[in-house]
Design a protein. Structure first.
Length: 495
């Protein structure tokens, strides 16, 4: 599998495209006006404690207060939590015993503000580098589940544990990242040393900072890309900004020298995102409908609570029988869905409505195809089997806004519904409004101002109804086209 990373940098925006076998798989956007804050560390102030929600709101200097749950507050005694969010097997303590209003609190952002929700916080800090993640105040060494070789897992864990034991004082634990697989001991130890120096620097800033204020900011997107996305199978990283290229090379020379020959400056006149039709793919990723090569299609609807995905055979009629047609459509859709989840950066709860399959073997193969596609995903995913209703439920870790949320806003005409009232519906609303006004006010005649489509219908299909209404109220009704009105807008003016 060939893999390339394209980085497009302008003064106001940075965009990154991950291309596999010539096809866009992931896209990231960071704008100067609304930079993501996941990973940033703040000194905040608790502004409200909510016992009923086992949570608190914390002012970290943003427009909206951020949210922290009791399970994300590090125990004062340093006792570690188990995976279900409890302390050492005990239930989460009362939030009032952990936090109080007006208290200063060191927090890290785990989720960007999304929609109407504020940022999500934790006091369990983690500072990432290329191969390791440092966790201040935790005595634990973890390792990425994506490193499957047991001997390599044992080597890496033993190496880090011995390095910690050889230090007089280590103020935290480590998680070994996937990128550490096969890395030499000297590189890992250099990473450890860098993270501990960085932690000391952050601790010093915390002592001097007031609340609310930011004390640590994660790297800009074009450098995070080198830290998090570049892998041995990555053939090229192309950057179209000379200044950003120089900063990336400084980072590469210091931390990932083995990738030195893979990063190159792209000076071409042709825009870098045109190389693999990235711009066109991004435009298609903003559409509800994903067309399949067979003629079938997938509909993707993102709501605040979840994302729903529906599969249809469309124009695909198959060759042998209905069951085979359905199976092939679902199999192709599973491949497309795995890619679309990454490309659109969809997170949270995702419900997939595959076309009903009677054959259990077909269900198993479609499910396996979806799992295989999700194995390439950088985000953590969890997927269930096919339910009795033929649905597949899954979750995908969401830390930032989706591609659509970053690039788009709700339509001001339909208010985000995705559809408009028909001209017929608006005409009948106009009739009801005239009757209401006629009962409440005295007027000699009425003027209806509306869009071209609505006025056309009032003068054509609804002409008889308009005449009946004029006869009923005993007053004339005039019409005027307002070219800047949306289809749903209208005004009734008393004359």
């Amino acid at each position: 599998m060939s893999e390339e990373i394209l980085i497009n940098v302008t003064p106001v925006e940075t965009r990154v495209a991950l291309v596999e076998n010539g096809m866009l798989q992931e896209a990231y956007v960071e704008r100067a006006s609304r930079k993501g804050i996941v990973g940033n560390i703040f000194k905040g102030k608790v502004v409200r404690v909510l016992p009923g929600m086992e949570a608190a709101f914390v002012d970290i200097g943003l427009e909206r207060a951020a949210f922290i749950h009791a399970s994300d507050v590090m125990p004062q005694d340093g006792e570690s939590r188990n995976n279900d969010g409890n302390e050492g097997g005990r239930s989460v303590p009362d939030i009032r015993t952990l936090l109080r209003e007006g208290q200063s609190l060191v927090v890290q952002v785990t989720k960007d503000p999304i929609g109407t929700k504020g940022a999500r916080l934790t006091t369990q800090l983690s500072i990432p580098s290329r191969y390791l993640v440092f966790m201040p105040g935790v005595s634990h060494v973890g390792i990425s589940q994506r490193i499957e070789d047991e001997e390599e897992r044992a080597r890496l864990k033993t190496l880090i544990e011995q390095a910690i034991a050889g230090q007089e004082e280590c103020l935290g634990g480590f998680i070994i990242r996937t990128a550490a697989e096969g890395v030499a001991e000297a590189d890992l130890l250099a990473d450890m040393e860098y993270l501990q120096r960085l932690n000391q620097s952050i601790s010093e800033r915390l002592r001097q900072a007031g609340a609310p204020s930011i004390v640590y900011q994660d790297l800009p997107l074009f450098i995070r890309t080198i830290r998090d996305l570049i892998r041995p199978q990555t053939e090229k990283v192309r950057i179209d900004s000379r200044e950003s290229y120089q900063r990336v090379m400084e980072f590469v020379d210091e931390f990932v020298t083995e990738f030195n020959d893979k990063v190159e400056y792209y000076p071409g006149e042709r825009p870098i995102f045109d190389l693999y039709s990235v711009e066109d793919e991004i435009q298609r990723a903003l559409s509800r409908k994903v067309q399949l090569k067979s003629g079938g299609y997938v509909i993707i609807d993102q709501t605040e609570a979840m994302t729903t995905i529906d599969i249809n055979t469309g124009a695909f009629v198959g060759h042998r029988n209905l069951e085979e047609t359905i199976f092939k459509t679902n199999l192709e859709a599973a491949r497309a869905i795995g890619r679309q989840l990454r490309l659109r950066n969809l997170g949270g709860i995702i419900i997939i409505d595959f076309i009903d399959m009677d054959d259990p073997e077909h269900q198993r193969q479609v499910h396996r195809m979806l799992e295989k596609m999700l194995e390439r995903d950088h985000a953590k995913t969890k997927i269930t089997g096919v339910s009795e209703l033929g649905l597949v439920e899954m979750t995908r870790k969401r830390t930032t806004e989706s591609l659509g949320q970053i690039l788009c806003e709700p339509c001001p005409v339909c208010d985000g519904r995705g559809f408009l009232k028909t001209p017929e519906t608006v005409c009948y609303e106009v009739f009801r409004e005239i009757l209401r006004i006629n009962r409440a006010y005295e007027a000699e005649s009425y003027l209806v101002m509306a869009s071209q489509k609505v006025i056309d219908r009032l003068l054509d299909e609804e002409a008889d109804n308009v005449a009946d209404l004029e006869s009923f109220i005993g007053k004339s009704i005039r019409f005027q086209v307002e070219p800047f009105y949306s289809q749903e807008q209208y005004d009734v003016v008393l004359l």
